[in-house]
Write a protein that binds this ligand. Structure first.
Ligand code: NAD
Ligand code: UDP
Length: 321
């Protein structure tokens, strides 16, 4: 029997790449998505595959896949970009709370392994650098980002409680900033925004003075890490990301250079509670999973820039019109 995996949020950026990789490995995939921030277009190329099932569904509602056994439930459904979760604060809290419970229930009843897509945001604006999984974080519980950060912290607690209470085979990956094709050009995140601005000659909008840092990982590397974790029996959270850290101003300059753009760089106000520094310590992923990212950052940015250029000529999107 082929294996079957449910991917909630499967029509989003990361979810669509995960579905694609699972299908390529001969695994049957149920993609559950309400298209709140994702799009069926992200999985257009998969829908003719008989091993792929697309289900329009809000994961906050009971989830019935009509299968006595599933191999894994990968819970990726949640708005993820700051612009999206600030626009949809209640849905974000619902996806992390009720949505996580529904996905956990599905895993419990089908004896599946459950993997929660958590985030580096659980570390908030960190006082420890780089961030290890043992760090408890520094999150403002009532700040604008809290709807996302606290929803994910709650989801981690729920996941851990299911393991303790029911013995469900659960685990948590803490994903750091990841980029690649199929990011939405106007989802507000730095990399798609900078690329869209660079390829259309608009000013590149750096927040604050641009000295805040992020560490950026290519989507193909991230998917390999998620699937290694899925196949393991690890219960503890594992950071998945690329420790390659750079300032946001360096990132803007690099994208402008790689896109061969003459866009000016402009400075706009720094959003409230914007983390100052972020870099994963990936020792645990290396030791426990034998995983580390290996796509060079410039190559990854070039692939993403090419995808955006191609997309700008084939589909209309507000940022390109
Ligand atoms: P995305 O917005 O592209 O994908 C999220 C998907 O979830 C979308 O398709 C959306 O329609 C769907 N969704 C949202 N609420 C839903 C609901 N109630 N029911 C069903 N579907 C729902 O974002 P992404 O970047 O692909 O992120 C995917 C997951 O990975 C999220 O859980 C996010 O928190 C996590 N993550 C992503 C990153 C990153 O850098 N991309 C970093 C850390 C964590
Ligand atoms: N950022 C920026 N210009 C933009 C969008 C984002 O300078 O147009 C900054 C943002 O303030 C943050 C960094 O880039 O300091 C990364 O933002 P992103 O939303 O990509 O990720 P997150 O803040 O969730 O890590």
């Amino acid at each position: 029997m082929p294996k079957t995996v449910v991917v909630t949020g499967g029509a989003g950026f990361l979810g669509s790449h995960i579905c694609e990789r699972l299908l390529a490995q001969g695994i049957h995939v149920w993609c559950v998505d309400n298209f709140l921030t994702g799009s069926p277009h992200n999985v257009d190329h998969l829908v003719d595959d008989p091993a792929f099932h697309l289900m329009r569904h809000d994961v906050s509602e009971p989830l019935d896949i009509a299968r006595p056994h599933l191999d894994a439930v990968l819970h990726f459904a949640s708005p993820a970009s700051p612009a999206d979760y600030l626009r949809c604060p209640i849905q974000t809290l619902q996806a992390g709370s009720r949505g996580t419970f529904q996905a956990l229930e599905l895993a419990r009843h089908t004896q599946a392994r459950f993997v929660l897509a958590s985030t580096s945001e659980v570390y908030g604006d960190p006082h420890v650098h780089p961030q290890k999984e043992t760090y408890w974080g520094n999150v403002n519980p009532i700040g604008p980002r809290s709807v996302y950060d606290e929803a994910k912290r709650f989801a981690e607690a729920a996941t851990t409680a299911y393991r303790r209470t029911y013995g469900t085979d659960c685990g948590i990956v803490r994903i750091f900033n990841t980029f690649g094709p199929r990011m939405h050009p106007n989802d507000g995140r730095a990399i798609p925004t900078f690329i869209a601005q660079a390829v259309t000659g608009q000013p590149i909008t750096v927040t604050g003075d641009g000295t805040q840092t992020r560490s950026i990982c290519y989507v193909d590397d991230l998917v390999s890490g998620v699937l290694s974790y899925m196949r393991s029996t690890i219960a503890t959270p594992v950071n998945l990301g690329n420790p390659h850290e750079l300032t946001i101003l360096e990132l803007a300059r690099r994208i402008r250079h790689l896109a061969d753009s003459t866009s000016p760089i402009t400075f706009i106000p720094l959003p409230e509670d914007d983390p100052r520094r972020r870099r994963p310590d990936i020792t645990r992923a290396k030791v426990a999973l034998g995983w580390q990212p290996d796509t060079p950052i410039d190559e990854a940015l070039n692939r993403t820039i090419s995808w955006f250029r191609q997309r700008s000529t084939t589909t209309a999107s507000p940022i390109f019109t």
